[in-house]
Design a protein. Structure first.
Length: 242
């Protein structure tokens, strides 16, 4: 997803390397979900969210690991830069102000009382079908909603259709065991617990630092902005330096 030919020095930092690792994991999830949906479609079973739904964000604030917040921070800063904001100091200052406000308890209360059905700072209620302002960079849990399987205590993999999804023609049950998935669809959606473990492996010591997204964003924006500033201050390496 990221244009690695730019900000070469940033991508060589520890933060840049972790963001690239997370990007790779997110791409694997997208590919696994695409292959599940395509396998179902080949059997005329259409697994699809209802049009303009967005219900999975309603009343929901994702908890994220620091690396997920930093991935979003890079996305925000990069998008702002592409939008023509040339001063990274101004970028982080305005972005941090926005997310500090969301993190304040009184702002959370007033936001709860607002018309928005979601407390998530990235939810945009006025664009049905495109409610997430950071969709390409959304956290793990938001990627897995509706298109992931879980492992029961017995160890068996199970897929349950989101309650907002209609039961596709060709299926009679809304909860499918691994055996049923193989028989009816010929594929299994990505296993949520496997990808959670892959994310944790990026920074095992950060497992205890999982926080609500609105609280995780201000420090993530400050850190990634500082690293970007530091990286861009360094001279570009000479192409043929010995
Ligand atoms: S990050 Fe995006 S997808 Fe996730 S809850 Fe917020 S608005 Fe919804």
């Amino acid at each position: 997803m990221w244009a690695q030919q730019q900000n070469q020095v940033f991508w060589e930092t520890s933060a840049g390397q972790k963001i690239l690792t997370l990007d790779f994991i997110f791409r694997k999830i997208s590919e696994a979900q695409r292959s599940f949906v395509d396998a179902a479609a080949r059997r005329d079973i259409h697994v699809v969210c209802p049009p303009d739904c967005g219900s999975c964000c309603h009343g929901f604030m994702p908890d994220v690991l620091p690396i997920e917040a930093e991935y979003i921070a890079y996305f925000i800063l990069k998008e702002n830069m592409h939008a023509g904001i040339t001063s990274s100091a101004n970028t982080v200052s305005s972005a941090s102000t926005e997310f500090s406000a969301f993190a304040a308890p009184e702002a959370r209360l007033s936001r709860k009382a607002s018309d928005s059905p979601s407390p998530c700072p990235f939810y945009e209620p006025n664009t049905p079908g495109a409610n997430c302002r950071i969709y390409p960079a959304r956290p793990l849990i938001c990627r897995l909603f509706g298109y992931a399987s879980t492992r029961a205590k017995s160890g068996e993999t199970t897929f349950r259709f989101c309650r907002h999804m209609p039961t596709p023609d060709g299926l009679s049950e809304r909860t499918l065991s691994a055996r049923k998935l193989e028989h009816d669809i010929g594929a299994t959606p990505p296993l949520m617990s496997d990808f959670s473990m892959e994310l944790l492996a990026i920074g095992p010591s950060s497992a205890a630092d999982r926080r609500p997204l609105s609280e995780a964003m201000p420090p993530a924006l400050a850190r990634i902005s500082a690293i970007l500033r530091y990286s861009s201050d360094k001279p570009e390496p000479e192409p043929n330096a010995a």
